[in-house]
Ligand binder design. Sequence first.
Ligand code: SAM
Length: 245
Amino acid sequence: MRSLNVPLVLPFALLAALARLAESLGSRYPESFVARVADAVGGLTVGDRAVRLSRPLNVASESWTPASLRLPSAVALCVIVARRQPMLVLEFGAGYSTLLLAALSRERACRGFGIVSIEHDRSWCDTHRAKLKSLGFGVELVHAPLEAVDGAPRYRSAAVELALAGRAPDVVLVDGPVGSGHGGPGREGSLAQAVELAPRGALILVHDALRGEELRLLRSLLASGAVRGSGVVADGDGLAVLERV
Ligand SMILES: C[S@@+](CC[C@H](N)C(=O)[O-])C[C@H]1O[C@@H](n2cnc3c(N)ncnc32)[C@H](O)[C@@H]1O
């Protein structure tokens, strides 16, 4: 597995600056911004809030909600996956990012990695299963209710283990469940679960990293020495890039 190096982090600063500029210009990103981002990430074509790969994926923009990855994080995810060439990506919290990962797994820049997406909300899960199916994407989208472990809700481990079937993820994206600051169950459990499931050297990407609860959890995780921080993509609430050690 390739190690995360400084050149990967540098484009994030550029992308964040471009995104801030674009956001100041309006809700839709201008074409010049699209072209510049595409240059920065080495050829992936990036649209407005929907990241368009070589084929348009309009359904992805329909799946976008204000809680979804925003453009800089979506682009960063593309860059990370294209560089890492993972065999398996595990996701906690399905939605726009699942469609994005599914589209990315078909890109020539990647090698057809597997995706296991875990979702606790039955109806959200069904909606996205139907979307993925209609697009012909073979994502394993698994419904796993939350169960409390040491007082922190995490995805039912039996369901997660069944879905992983002994495989270890190279990249784990933590974007669920809803944070406690937003009236949800919080991410203490899912973050701990991600750390347990990620083998040494795997990347753990944590969305909403700069929010109060998530930032506190991340500080404590970094202090524990279980992960090394590689940077935060500035997309409003932030996407932390961690490496399991
Ligand atoms: C922060 S959202 C992000 C999901 C996904 N990673 C994305 O990029 O869109 C996390 C969770 O919020 C819940 N959620 C988000 N939007 C929802 C909606 N409109 N209706 C029901 N649940 C929603 C889902 O349970 C989902 O797993």
